[in-house]
Design a protein around this ligand. Structure first.
Ligand code: NAP
Ligand code: HSE
Length: 593
């Protein structure tokens, strides 16, 4: 059975500038970790379309529609390339498919065409290999192969058209407001009330500047539902064959985050959180040396060397990305006692904590989010969790240490062990003490977490057989290569006869094995269900941005859960609408495409 597909459309107001792409990445990743395949349709960012139009008219008078269409579609092409680059940096595998590769056929009107057909098989084929396909919206090809545009705001139509053709489970149009706001009789917006559901007719009546009317008509003709929401939202407006129903817009205060650690991962997390001041306030940062020069501007009053001081700042949420077992164990214990949610990437601490393993075996807890402790941006624990809920896992097998895989890959290419390890350290993949990586212990901790969740029983690290990438590994890599095989450090947890057997060992794999194809710092986890069907997730397993995307994914989930706990459906506030609107009131913008 195929994973469900979701079509996400990122409007020009969401991609207002180059700095907004990490927010789009996070929105895509949110769906990937839920086990969905994502088709991300993008508009040109910011006012690109207006600027290109202006340039064409100022310079060339009344340009030919064909030339204009060629110029304007470059805005969406650039956006797609940028999102592709941002996904790659975060380690989320993605492919860009343009209108030619999609065979997206339109009618003959050059600037206001109708979409007619596209090659759904091209999308499905790409989604077998990668979880994300990025599509530049707004344009297609006429019968003669020349470009045609779908009219102003046409990326909305691209998204709904693709969602319909792919039979997607959901289509979400992402805007800089969290849904359609009610309109007062005098035409002004009621910022305190939005539509929870809206009929097509109401979307056409009040959604003009926000959604392309032609796209609404396309959906109405097919009875297709779609959502209008902000990035990070859990709600927004559900549009479709529904009655109009209103709900209050409740602005939530920023979530107060205590951050423990400001190293490779902590810096990435800090940058992300501090870029979202409406939704997050970092109230303190625990470091070992508060006087040290940092690679990022951090207000000095935030830094503390005392865990007590950090926790005294009344956090709603603690993010632990410092590693080790000492002070980190104190944070885990405090969060448990105070019932404050903890997001942690610290597999050593978590696997060594019997209560955590027991909790995982019971199905986990919303108060402990540990996705980043295994696999960086690879949603390994998430996959295991989903399949464990169905009770069908027979084996978990994975390449789950980026540093070792990087070293093995370099050795395979004829490189030197020490040089490869140094490179991995400089790139921020290796643990502070790289012995944890090369000894196989890091894999053992991660396998302990995966296996405990997979098989519903605590699997302590001490019960796992271990091998690392130590002395003599070069000869084994060479021997495997000479046989046409690839040497990998493989973590395996296998259930048989009521027992769970776990080991971390070097294995020579056939070159076409999915784990052999996992190169460099990539991780891959293959989960086999009771029917023998393999489920594979892969991507970058280590380094700043792949780990940050996973930590932030957990942080965003925790904020949504906190908001639900406090006052029902949460409200997401958008940076730009707050900057642009009076008193922080969301404003509407016209989408350029
Ligand atoms: P790192 O670069 O060594 O950074 C550690 C940070 O924590 C530093 O800011 C350090 O303070 C602070 N810290 C360490 N021990 C402390 C202590 N006893 N008291 C107060 N502060 C302390 O480590 P990292 O690579 O970011 O990794 C952090 C955690 O994420 C680890 O659990 C690691 O296993 C996990 N993780 C890392 C990756 C990765 O790719 N790097 C991937 C997944 C998970 P100073 O700055 O003052 O030294
Ligand atoms: N040191 C770890 C690795 C970081 O190389 O995989 C990611 O957990």
């Amino acid at each position: 059975m195929r994973d469900p597909i979701i079509v996400l459309k990122f409007g020009s107001s969401v991609l207002a500038g180059a700095d907004d792409f990490p927010i789009a990445v996070q929105e895509v990743y949110r769906e990937v970790r839920r086990g969905r395949r994502v088709v991300a349709v993008v508009s040109a960012h910011g006012d690109t379309t207006e600027r290109l139009l202006h340039e064409a008219r100022e310079r060339w008078g009344e340009p030919q529609p064909e030339s204009l269409a060629r110029l304007l579609e470059t805005g969406e092409a650039r956006s797609a390339a940028r999102l592709g680059l941002a996904l790659d940096a975060a380690g989320v595998p993605a492919r860009i498919l343009d209108p030619v590769q999609l065979d997206l056929a339109t009618s003959d009107e050059v600037l206001d065409a109708e979409p007619l057909a596209f090659r759904a098989r091209a999308v499905h084929a790409a989604l077998v290999r990668v979880p994300v396909v990025v599509v530049p919206g707004f344009s297609g090809r006429r019968a003669d192969g020349s470009p045609a545009l779908l009219g102003r705001g046409g990326s909305d139509l691209t998204a709904l058209f693709l969602a319909h053709g792919l039979q997607a489970a959901e289509c979400r149009l992402l805007k800089d407001v969290d849904g359609l706001l009610r309109v007062h009789p005098d035409g002004s917006l009621d910022h305190g009330t939005r539509y929870a559901t809206a009929s097509y007719a109401e979307c056409l009546r009040v959604g003009g500047p926000l959604i392309q009317p032609k796209a609404v008509e396309f959906a109405a003709a097919r009875g297709q539902s779609f959502r209008i929401a902000a990035c990070g939202s859990g709600g927004g407006t559900l549009a479709g064959p529904y009655p109009n129903r209103f709900e209050p817009v409740v602005a939530k205060p920023p979530t107060r985050v205590a951050l423990a650690g400001l190293g490779t991962v902590g810096l990435g997390v800090y940058r992300w959180l501090s870029g979202q001041p409406e939704n997050f306030q970092v109230v303190g940062i625990l470091v070992r040396d508060a006087g040290r020069q940092r690679a990022v501007d951090v207000p000095v009053q935030l830094l503390t060397e005392s865990a007590d001081h950090l926790l005294g700042r009344d956090p709603d949420l603690v993010v632990e990305v410092m590693g080790g077992e000492g002070p980190a164990a104190g944070l885990l214990d405090w969060c448990r006692r105070q019932q404050v949610p903890l997001v942690s990437a610290n597999k050593q601490l978590l696997a060594g904590d019997p209560e955590t393993l027991a909790c995982l075996a019971r199905g986990g807890s919303p108060e402990l989010a540990l996705a980043a402790s295994v696999g960086g941006s690879v949603p390994a624990l998430e996959l295991v969790d989903r399949l464990a809920r169905l009770g069908t896992i027979s084996q978990v097998q994975g390449v789950i240490n980026g540093t070792c895989n990087f070293i093995l890959d370099r050795l395979h290419e004829g490189g030197d062990f020490q040089a490869a390890l140094t490179e991995a350290q400089l790139a921020g993949m290796a643990e502070a003490d790289p012995y944890l990586d090369v000894s196989g212990l890091d894999c053992v901790y991660k396998l302990s977490l995966l296996a405990s969740r997979a098989f519903g029983r605590p699997v302590p690290p001490g019960s796992i057989q271990r091998e690392g990438v130590g002395a003599g590994v070069e000869a084994r890599v060479r021997a495997a290569r000479d046989r046409g095989q690839v040497l990998r450090l493989v973590a395996t947890a296998l259930k048989g006869q009521g027992e769970v057997g776990c080991r971390v060992a070097l294995e020579a794999l056939p070159a076409d094995h999915p784990l052999a194809a996992c190169r460099q710092e990539k991780n891959a986890v293959l989960v086999t269900d009771a029917e023998g069907v393999g489920h594979l997730v892969e991507g970058k397993g280590a380094g700043r941005w792949p780990t940050t995307v996973s930590v932030v994914g957990d942080v965003l989930d925790a904020r949504r859960a906190l908001a639900r706990r406090q006052t029902g459906p949460e409200q997401v506030r958008s940076t730009r609408s707050i900057q642009a609107g009076a008193e922080g009131a969301p404003t509407r913008r016209r989408e350029s495409a």
